[in-house]
Structures are given as C-alpha cells and as structure tokens.
Design a protein around this ligand. Structure first.
Ligand SMILES: [Zn+2]
Length: 279
C-alpha cells in the first residue's frame, strides 16, 4: 500500500510539475529512470523478480501435480567425495548414503556441494540419501507403499507428480548415524547435523521443505532431512519468515495478481504463474 501511495505521489508530481514545482523540475529525471522507479513500485513483494528463477520456485504437491514428462534441466550426477590431503574437496563431490546414481539440477547440485563443504569445515559430515526422482520412479514407490499399507495412503510417500524430488531440486540429506537405520523420522531433527542444516541451508539457497509447524499446510509429515533448492534470495525470505513453499507460492501468486492489476508487464511474470491442478 505504501508503495502504491508513493507511485501516485510520483505521478502527481509529474503532472503538476508545470504549475510551479520549479525545484522538482530543475532536477532532470530521465524517462528510463522514471520507468525503473515505476516498475519497482509496481512489484510489491519482498523478493525482486530479478532475484528469482521460475524453475527454482516451482511447487510440487498433490494439488500442484507435475506432468509425467516434467524435468528441471540440466540434471548432473553427484560424485562421491574425494578429499585432498589438506581436507579440501578434490572432485566437487559429496558423501553419499549409498553407492547408487544420484542426480540433481546443476545449480542445486553446486549449491549442495558448497553447503556440504561448509558443514564439513564446521565438523559435520552430511550424506546424500536421495536426490532426483522421475515420475515413473515415484509411481513405483507410491504403489509399493500402498501395497504395504493395504491400500492406505499414510502420507509418507508422495503420489507421482506430487513429489518435490521430481523437480530435481529436492534432496534428502542425513547424518552418518542414520545411514543404517531402516526408516527416517522426525527424531532426526535433534542430530547436530540437522540442527546445522536448519540454521545454514538458506545461505546456500535451500529451505527445509517440510517444516515441523507446517504439516497442515504441506500435508506432509515433518522431514528435517529434506532440503529444497529455491535460490538464495527466496530461501532467505522463506526461512527468515518461517514459511513453507506452499505459503510462499500463495504470497507470490497474490503479488503477481496485484502487479498485473496495476498495469505491470505480463511478460515479466509469465514464467512465475502457477495454478493448482485440482482447483
Ligand atoms: Zn525427500
């Protein structure tokens, strides 16, 4: 609202300038600058449009299903960490909980390696347990879970299209002590590695995708191990304000609607618009 009031004021000053606002007119404001100010005032949201990447903030859940063929590119393989003699990362890899192939979107992968290196420097070893999952893989996991649960969906495995892992930006990162355990649960949050991740992940562009206090919004149980890459500015805003991605998406879509209603450029926000698949 404050921004809107300022916009009206600037426009008013421009219109009434000829009628005696000499001081104002003496300062030459070029058109380019004016348009920039206008644009800035139209986008009324804590994260600038230029600071977000549409593919990094895509929401996947049971109301926003990703298509079977959806994939965030490019996907890269995560190497298993090799250390130099001085303890620095020799091959741009990270420790893994299993030897299988794991892939993530390239920017997300690079950010995760930085996060893992920083954690190691602070004395914490993080292990990648799960990364990108295709629609087909998720479908197999979901069907298996249903069979095991006599057809009941218990909320632990997402439906195909609803998994954050299909974005290529979601990953499960765990402490060493949990590698051999058969399941994962919210008790993991007490581990020093998870406390470190919750404190520092936003510095590398990650959020805790399924927070403890947002189970009703995400409709997913608390997962202290599941990190989701959204880019640093969005991650900072989300983590510092205690939001989940669903709430962020809601706020962002509202901001886009306001921006367009005020005459903002549709081309600038087009890629950010996301609508539920089951409205
Ligand atoms: Zn996960």
């Amino acid at each position: 609202m404050k921004k809107l009031a300022s916009l009206v004021l600037v426009l008013l000053l421009l219109c009434t300038g000829a009628a005696g606002e000499e001081d104002f007119l003496e300062e030459e404001i070029d058109l380019e600058e004016m348009l920039e100010i206008r644009e800035d005032l139209l986008w009324d949201f804590p994260v600038a449009l230029e600071d977000m990447e549409p593919q990094f903030i895509v929401l996947a859940n049971k109301h926003y299903l990703l298509e079977k063929g959806y994939v965030t590119e490019p996907l890269v393989d995560i190497k298993t960490l090799k250390l130099n003699k001085d303890g620095t990362n020799a091959n741009g890899g990270m420790r893994k909980a299993s030897s299988g192939k794991m892939q993530l979107q390239a920017d997300c992968a690079a950010a995760l390696i930085s996060l893992s290196d920083a954690a190691r420097e602070d004395g914490f070893n993080l292990y990648l347990k799960s990364a990108y999952r295709s629609w087909q893989t998720q479908n197999t996991m979901y069907q298996n879970r249903l069979k095991k649960n006599k057809g009941k969906d218990d909320g632990w495995v997402s439906k195909p299209g609803a998994s954050d892992h299909q974005t290529g930006l979601g990953c499960d990162v765990i402490p060493k002590s949990w590698i051999k355990k058969s399941g994962m649960n919210s008790k993991m949050a007490k581990e020093k590695e998870c406390i470190w991740m919750a404190e520092h992940c936003h510095e590398y562009g990650f959020i805790i995708r399924y927070p403890a206090d947002k189970e009703e919004v995400t409709e997913i149980n608390y997962e202290p191990w599941h990190l989701r890459y959204v880019g640093i500015p969005a991650a900072k805003y989300i983590m510092e304000n205690g939001l989940c991605l669903e709430e962020f998406t809601e706020q962002l879509q509202e901001a886009i609607r306001d921006y367009l209603a005020r005459g903002g450029d549709p081309a600038k926000v087009e890629g950010f618009i996301q609508e539920p698949t089951d409205p």
